[in-house]
Ligand binder design. Structure first.
Ligand code: PLP
Length: 390
């Protein structure tokens, strides 16, 4: 039997020294497991933990995927050329500027692997999307982060960490898990401040939900003037294709060429590529997703404020709220509502609530209200058992 230790439960003598302390995916409890534990039907759960689209995928995407199943004996196009051309046309850039991946998560990993050498650093804000830190750790690269200021990325703090060793900067805009954004003016000033050899990655996973008029659409607004800028987008959120795994990056052609040296060749299946192509054309579904999030986000923010809480203003399909009893994630989960606890960021009293269906949002607000009314030490014993929190 292996000796097991470290946060992950993996034998440290078995793996490379950077790996044993990684959190790993096992910490995320699946909805079907929660439903089984609670003895309820999985469809009765309010799934507000993963920023997914409550409308599901576009019917046209599902139909295209179904169609692609019969050619499943053939390898996919390693370059995803049809999707690359469609994405390029969508953003009015050249196909040489686009790379498609198995979710934008894969592109994040590949960016670190491709561009950050020994002794070089990865820089970001904190708390922000955990994959930036984890990807750096997997590659054995140092990760430096500047704390957020009032829930927003502190671009001055991040710029102060960008020295000659800094190769890659990740800016989640809007920022996960706070939902806040940096303005065009601020981002443009940042781009002019960092050294030209540093690659700045603006991760726009939630861009489709933004309504603020001073939000930078980095592909249009900044890419033409900045050859070391990378912009990431995903089909997982507003397009509702999280389970299909498709994301993309837009950048200068020489960066795309470098990424192709490293990225896994067949990581995007034909089924996923066809679904994404159809989803891109289904602008009605996208508009419905946006309208739903806009409406329910406003209700969620207002409902939380009416409970005396102070959520961060959000431009994404989730809302961050702190100053809660520490058992709140468990309390909600035990009542069939899955939100993201943020204890893995050291934030014991904060949660991130995805903007879901009207029923899910109402149920979530009512249950938070019940817990707050009950005051200190109200919880039944079950609520002290920690739940997944990455
Ligand atoms: C900021 C951010 N970037 C990227 C991703 C990754 O998305 P995917 O790999 O599904 O494209 C997420 C997912 O939650 C995210 O929050």
């Amino acid at each position: 039997m292996d000796s097991v230790s470290g946060a992950s439960g993996v034998d440290p003598s078995l793996v490379s020294s950077t790996v044993a302390d990684l959190p790993g995916p096992a910490r995320i409890e699946r909805a079907d497991e929660v439903a089984k534990r609670l003895g309820v039907d999985p469809s009765s759960l309010a799934l507000l933990a993963s920023n997914e689209n409550p409308l599901g995928p576009s019917e046209r995407a599902v139909e295209a995927a179904r169609h692609a199943l019969v050619s499943g004996h053939r390898y996919p196009d390693p370059w995803c050329r049809r999707l690359v051309r469609a994405v390029a046309a969508h953003h009015r850039v050249s196909p040489e500027q686009v790379v498609v991946g198995n979710g934008s998560s894969e592109i994040i990993e590949v960016l670190v692997r491709t561009f950050v050498g020994p002794g070089q650093t990865v820089v970001s804000g904190w708390p922000s999307f955990a994959a930036y830190r984890i990807s750096a750790q997997i590659e054995g690269r140092e990760f430096l982060s500047a704390p957020l200021r009032r829930g927003r990325l502190d671009l001055a703090g991040i710029a102060a960490l960008v020295d000659r060793r800094a190769k890659l900067v990740f800016l989640s805009n809007p920022n996960n898990p706070t939902g806040t954004y940096v303005r065009l003016r601020e981002l443009a000033a940042f781009m002019n401040r960092v050294p030209p050899e540093t690659i700045v990655v603006v991760d726009e996973a939630y861009a489709d939900y933004v309504e603020a008029s001073d939000y930078p659409q980095a592909i249009e607004d900044l890419l033409p003037a900045h050859p070391r800028l990378v912009v990431l987008r995903t089909f997982s959120k507003a397009y509702g294709l999280a389970g299909y795994r498709v994301g993309y990056g837009v950048m200068a052609p020489n960066l795309v060429r470098a990424i192709h040296l490293v990225r896994p060749v067949f990581s995007v299946s034909t089924i996923a590529e066809k679904a994404a192509l159809a989803a891109l054309e289904d602008t009605e579904h996208l508009d419905r997703s946006r309208r739903l999030v806009s409406r329910e986000r406003a209700k969620l923010l207002e409902g939380l404020r009416n409970l005396g809480l102070v959520p961060y203003p959000s431009q994404a399909n989730f809302v961050y709220v702190g100053d809660l009893p520490v058992d709140m994630p468990n309390y909600l989960e035990n009542r069939g509502i899955l939100v993201r606890g943020l204890s893995s960021y050291g934030l014991q009293d904060a949660i991130r609530i995805s903007v879901g269906s009207p029923e899910a949002i109402r149920k979530c607000l009512d249950t938070i209200s019940n817990r707050l009314k009950a005051g200190e030490g109200c919880s039944d014993g079950r609520d002290n058992i920690p739940v997944a929190s990455e």
